[in-house]
Write a protein that binds this ligand. Structure first.
Ligand SMILES: [Zn+2]
Length: 185
């Protein structure tokens, strides 16, 4: 058995980069206001004193009034309606649908999006994480769909089934299912 040289050991340890690296780099390189501005689109930010506000940028929050506030001084954000907030990584993570343990992947994407160098990991590592993320999302979606269909069947279908006219029944069924999906995304 050969004992690895000090050089090899150092290389190995270096390649298992800590998760903190892209996170620290993205926090440093990408101001919250830049990401928010890009997500909101041109002309959607309103200046209020030292802060900027816009309609909530997070998915699943259909915000009709501007509840989303950006604080350039602390480089942070907060939505006063859905009560979520944090730093630039947290915003990227929630908007792009990464779960908490993948915050470092969101950070790497953030650096990439804004044209900064990403602290390197082997490309295979990112591919693996992308695959895992898709699998997790698919599982979550399937679970949600099952719950949605079951609720629809038990709550709504009995109501629709009281309609005797077949055409009207089918029309109402289509309409109810569409509405139900909108209410239960
Ligand atoms: Zn919100």
């Amino acid at each position: 058995m050969t004992i690895p040289s000090a050089e090899t050991r150092r290389t190995r340890r270096y390649r298992g980069i800590s998760y903190v690296k892209p996170i620290a780099a993205a926090k440093e390189a990408v101001p919250v206001i830049d990401l928010a501005d890009r997500l909101a689109g041109p002309g959607k930010m309103r200046r209020v004193g030292k802060t900027w506000t816009t309609n909530c940028l997070l998915p699943n929050h259909d915000d009709r009034t501007p509840s989303f506030v950006i604080y350039p001084e602390t480089n942070s954000w907060y939505c006063f309606s859905c009560l979520r907030g944090g730093n630039v990584i947290e915003l990227a993570r929630l908007v792009w649908g990464y779960d908490e343990r993948d915050a470092h992947v969101a950070a790497a994407n953030l650096l990439h999006e804004f044209g900064h160098d990403v602290p390197q990991r082997p490309p295979a590592w990112f591919r693996k994480h992308e695959r895992q993320r898709h699998t997790r999302t698919a599982i979550e979606d399937t679970k949600k769909n099952i719950v949605r269909r079951r609720l629809f069947k038990h709550l709504i279908l009995p109501l629709v089934d009281t309609i005797e006219d077949e055409e009207e029944h089918n029309r109402e069924l289509d309409r109810a299912w569409l509405e139900f999906q909108r209410l239960m995304p």
